[in-house]
Design a protein around this ligand. Structure first.
Ligand code: NAP
Length: 588
């Protein structure tokens, strides 16, 4: 690694900033000190300069928070535009979701050929996915490859958790502070903090008494966990739990799964690529991406455009079987009928079909009934899980399901968990209890906008934002895949690219026009929020107590958090806003 002593490419940067940059890099503490001392020996004034500079805030054109898919792509584009940019990341590596969620069985539930960057055809062609749904380690390797291939690391500061972001009305810039009391300034602030990055910590009475080890799916130890021969208790049967159960069951001596509510899960039909099948798929990449762009969820799911009423009962059944049995598998079950998420009868038909499948797979009838979601949950109302052998795992002798609605979980004990009727002993407890979705990561930071208004205060009754991209009162700030955009209802990598490209076009225009301050108008924001709510209310989504609605967090306002009408409709909106001179934004 070389120090850029004469490299002043970042405008306000001095060679000291380059040194600071290096110090923030991925290298371990000893290595950092070694380099610093070597440089100080060559040039003793460096140390004084370094200390002095540390006292001041470092200034950039753009600060990005978060080094997941969103932050890295934003960084790539900002650098391409010639902005001085720094990306701040809390973890000690890049990868975001895929850096933290290392639990056994973690893999994507959108096909990897879609759940990957499309901005570089060369990258698309050179990267070889091993399976239709790549495992976590492979996705993390891919993200690291992207960071190296596009030389992004020199602009990334790891182990930096942002604590505060305050807008300076006088100087029109953001002042950002970190947990380690570092300060940064920037003209633009981009929050690439992710929709599912604040784990919901278990609030279980007596957990501190528990003598065994416990883990949360989203804070998994890097070295992994050896379940071999252990008695394991697992709480939560959302997507994370559903992926973990089959893998832990194979290792543990016994696994007890505590389920509060049953959700729907559909088979992934994951397959390994062969050289031939991958080559064939890659040869059709442009076509694949184009179809994804026009699909409701930003990935081609071969949607049936007919409503159920337009088909005979035989045709309906054939459609369901075709999708269930692996014609692509997974999320294709969300597109059986055009009216599946709006017509309760159609939805019930799909739900009943899946419940029958569960009953066919799970041999013990009582366990099968427990795994069947209740009638008040629409199919797809909570995020669908996509599994490999989840239901089959309950046929194993070493796996037991406990319904904690019927037999409530009271507390942790020294040796395990206590429900109203039973004491369980465990060597390990795993929490797959989810996240404070979409708003959690933004609200975790003390964000203050114009006149000192706080985001926490502004959003106390639910998020109010324009297009999921900007917030009135918080100038020169963008949120990538924020509340009110398709984000979690879509192939999120696709939605990230759409947002970043839009932001860059916006900034180019702002630069051209000499704009120093911009933000959505309060009126545009209120209209957008109402429109999102009205669209959601035309569907069955709001009927579910889901994290889409904020229902998994005590006291969180019940608001549908995403834009429900799909990726193409949304994209046309934001393109129209752009074509009309950024309608809904005010500039000065
Ligand atoms: P989740 O879907 O919110 O599921 C959390 C589970 O924990 C639910 O079963 C919930 O029960 C239960 N739970 C929560 N608090 C509890 C408590 N205090 N006591 C008992 N049970 C409790 O969380 P997740 O499984 O981590 O998934 C979140 C999202 O992350 C997914 O929906 C998906 O978007 C994403 N994800 C994606 C993948 C993938 O790409 N393959 C994998 C994992 C996650 P209730 O249902 O009753 O609330």
């Amino acid at each position: 690694m070389k120090l850029g002593w004469d490299n002043n490419q970042c405008g306000v940067h001095s060679n000291v900033c380059e040194l600071e940059n290096l110090m923030c890099h991925t290298m371990d503490e000893r290595h950092r000190k070694f380099i610093l001392l070597a440089e100080v020996e060559k040039k003793p004034s460096t140390w004084i300069q370094y200390q002095a500079k540390k006292m001041e805030a470092q200034k950039f054109d753009m600060l990005i928070v978060g080094a997941g898919f969103a932050g890295l792509y934003q960084l790539y584009r900002a650098r391409e535009m010639g902005l001085s940019v720094r990306l701040l990341e809390a973890g000690d590596g890049v990868g975001g979701t895929w850096f933290w969620n290392r639990y056994p069985g973690a893999r994507c539930d959108v096909e990897s050929l879609d759940y990957s960057y499309s901005f570089s055809p060369e990258l698309e062609q050179e990267w070889a996915w091993s399976e239709r749904y790549a495992p976590q380690a492979e996705i993390l390797k891919y993200i690291n490859h992207v960071a190296d291939r596009f030389d992004l690391r020199p602009h990334i500061a790891l182990n930096v958790r942002v604590k505060t972001a305050h807008f300076d009305d006088q100087n029109l810039c953001w002042n950002v502070g970190t947990e380690k009391n570092q300060s940064f300034k920037a003209t633009y602030l981009v929050m690439a903090t992710g929709g599912l990055s604040i784990p919901q910590q278990p609030d279980l009475k007596g957990l501190h008494h528990y003598q065994g080890k416990w883990y949360h799916s989203a804070q998994w130890p890097k070295e992994g966990v050896d379940f071999k021969g252990k008695r394991v208790g697992l709480i939560g049967t959302g997507s994370s739990g559903v992926q973990m159960v089959p893998v832990i069951a194979e290792q543990a001596s016994h696994l007890t799964v505590f389920q509060r509510s049953a959700n729907f899960s559909v088979p992934a039909h994951n397959v390994a690529f062969t050289e031939v099948s991958l080559k064939a798929a890659k040869s059709r990449y442009p076509e694949r991406r184009a179809m994804g762009r026009e699909a409701v969820t930003g990935q081609f799911l071969n949607a049936n455009t007919k409503t159920a009423a337009e088909m005979t009962p035989e045709e309906q059944r054939a459609e369901l079987e075709y999708r269930w049995k692996g014609a692509g598998g997974g999320f294709r079950m969300l597109r059986n009928f055009a009216d599946q998420m709006s017509n309760p009868q159609t939805n019930k038909m799909v739900a009943d079909f899946v419940k029958d499948k569960i009953r066919q797979v799970v041999k013990d009838p009582a366990t099968a009934e427990m795994l069947c979601p209740k009638d008040d949950l629409p199919f797809g109302g909570k995020r669908l899980s996509v599994d490999s052998n989840f239901y089959e795992t309950f046929n194993r002798d070493n796996v037991k399901l406990v319904d904690i609605k019927a037999d409530p979980l009271l507390e942790a004990t020294e040796r395990g968990l206590r429900t109203r009727s039973h004491d369980f002993e465990f060597d390990m407890i795993v929490f797959a209890t989810g996240f404070d979705a979409l708003t959690g990561a933004l609200m975790a930071i003390d964000i203050k906008g114009e006149g000192g208004i706080t985001l926490r205060d502004k959003w106390k009754h639910g998020p109010v934002a324009y297009l999921g991209l900007g917030i009135a009162g918080f100038p020169n700030m963008f949120t990538i895949t924020g509340p009110g955009s398709p984000s979690v209802l879509s192939n999120v990598v696709h939605s990230i690219e759409t947002h970043v490209d839009w932001i860059m076009r916006f900034l180019r225009k702002a630069k051209e026009k000499g704009v120093r301050k911009f933000q959505p108008t309060a009126q545009a924001e209120v209209h957008w929020v109402k429109f999102c709510a009205d669209e959601a209310n035309k569907t069955l989504y709001p009927l579910a107590n889901s994290w889409y609605m904020g229902a998994n967090i005590d006291g969180k306002p019940r608001v549908f958090l995403a834009f429900v009408s799909g990726v193409p409709v949304y994209r046309r909106f934001i393109e129209k806003v752009e074509a009309q001179g950024y309608e809904g934004f005010e500039f000065s």
